[in-house]
Design a protein around this ligand. Sequence first.
Ligand SMILES: O=C(O)C1=N[C@H](C(=O)O)C[C@H](O)C1
Length: 292
Amino acid sequence: MLRGLHVPLITPFTSSGEVAVDAIEKLASDYLDQGAAGLVALGTTGEVAALDPGERELVIEACARVCAERQALLTVGVTGNDTRSTARALQGLPSGVGAALVTVPYFLRPGERGVIAHFEALAEATPVPLVIYHIPYRTGQAVGAATFRQVGAHPMIAGMKYAAGGIDQDAVDLLGDLPEGFEVVGGDDAFISPLLALGAVGGILASAHLQTRGYVELVEAWNAGDAARARALGHRLARLSAALFAEPNPTVIKGVLHAQGLIPTPDVRLPLVPAGEAAVSQARLVAVHPGE
Ligand SMILES: O=C(O)C1=N[C@H](C(=O)O)C[C@H](O)C1
């Protein structure tokens, strides 16, 4: 279900500060036409925390329309760090949503027993398969391979987005012994190539806004076992992701897409501030010639 490249869409804004629905549809269509297997709406890259409920609905509706036309998977980020409200949000997801991306509960640091209880309760409540989002440098909660193996055995937990900020022992342990039907996709752009080499089946990668086909090919090459091609491509794309993450995501990506005329403004919402001109210019150059 999670195999392939999934693009976590930015949320573009108009010059009057509204969600630019037309631009979302255009970007979404282009990425799927270039070979992405799916889209992720309302991720960190989509500035979900800065959108009000009505805006979130608009974003989901636009992405659902495009995904339905192309029979692509739409995954929606469902944020929350308490179990009851996250379960309610999952139950309120509209039709057209194929999976939900749910973070390890952040900030509270409930411990691994709490993490297990949280995901087991959500798995019982959810109408769509869940993808666990493990990003300990944002959540503050360490989680080991044994815990993911335990929760991953639940039939409603389809897999996880692994973003530990590097390749750690738990990634090696987990990918060496996955529960039946549980898939891992990478969520750290800089480390996607080594994670695919270990057995991840795809990625949720903001950098793919600028090199969709390159990331599609990277995933395909590792899945096909073509290590020589994959390794070279991985090194090339890592330069692009370094340039795009030179300032907080998604500020540089928005700056580049705006400079390319693909979104109406480079605007982000506070506390994010627009990327500096130097970072945007550098990323534009690398996006065109990632090998240099
Ligand atoms: O929104 C996402 O999904 C992603 N967010 C990460 C982040 O902002 O740290 C980056 C990743 O490419 C996908």
